[in-house]
Write a protein that binds this ligand. Structure first.
Ligand code: AR6
Length: 188
């Protein structure tokens, strides 16, 4: 099981080997953390995404999948673009889509591991513009990472607000998972 870490902050400044982007299937940028990563990382990331669309991913990246590019000006070596599902509202569809959210985490961890990353940072995938309820998003993020067989040694959740941080911390406690809470500025 990887070491799980929680921190409040802006994921674009994290000093980890790989940063996960909560992208969309088009891979050509967007709002939220996606916009922040492309702004901070510069045009090289978008160029690589365009190249993927022109070659191996003409129809875009399916929901629940992940693909890596370089990280441009970011201190990370790679950005792993993962596509989470849109929250469908409570009901039958929620279970199906939850499997896709699990898959987005699992595939990101596998891609990170295949790249040789020792550390990876995640935002709360789907919990912003895609509307996933924060507590459920935290449970999926934590359990999928804790259970992952293919993962870097360190998995860090970088939460943009104190409230989301508390949601992740509470979920971890309820689930009986050991997580290391880092200070706002991670000394690494
Ligand atoms: N660092 C860490 N977390 C952040 C940052 C940041 N700089 N900025 C936002 N968050 P979202 P989604 C948090 O909306 O729900 C885009 O348009 C945010 O507060 O970025 O998966 C894509 O192109 C929230 O908790 O991603 C897609 O179209 C979490 O990151 C769509 O949004 C995820 O919010 C994906 O929506």
């Amino acid at each position: 099981m990887p070491r799980l870490e929680l921190v409040t902050g802006d994921i674009t400044t994290e000093r980890v080997d790989a940063i996960v982007n909560a992208a969309n299937s088009g891979l050509l940028g967007g709002g939220g953390v996606d916009g922040a990563i492309h702004r901070a990382g510069g045009p090289a990331i978008l160029e690589e995404c365009r190249a993927l669309r022109a070659t191996t991913l003409p129809d875009g990246l399916p929901t629940g999948e992940a693909v890596a590019t370089g990280a441009g000006r970011l201190s990370a070596k790679w950005v792993i673009h993962a596509v989470g599902p849109v929250w469908p509202g409570l009901g039958r569809l929620a279970d199906e889509r939850r499997a896709l959210l699990r898959s987005a985490y699992r595939r990101s961890l596998e891609v990170a591991r295949d790249l040789g990353a020792a550390s990876v940072a995640f935002p709360a995938i789907s919990a912003g513009i895609y509307g996933w309820p924060a507590d459920d998003a935290a449970v999926v993020a934590l359990t999928t990472s804790a259970e992952a067989e293919q993962a870097p040694e360190r998995v860090r959740f970088v939460l943009f607000s104190a409230r989301m941080h508390d949601t992740f911390a509470d979920a971890a406690e309820r689930l009986g998972l050991d997580v290391v809470v880092l200070g706002d500025r991670d000394p690494r």
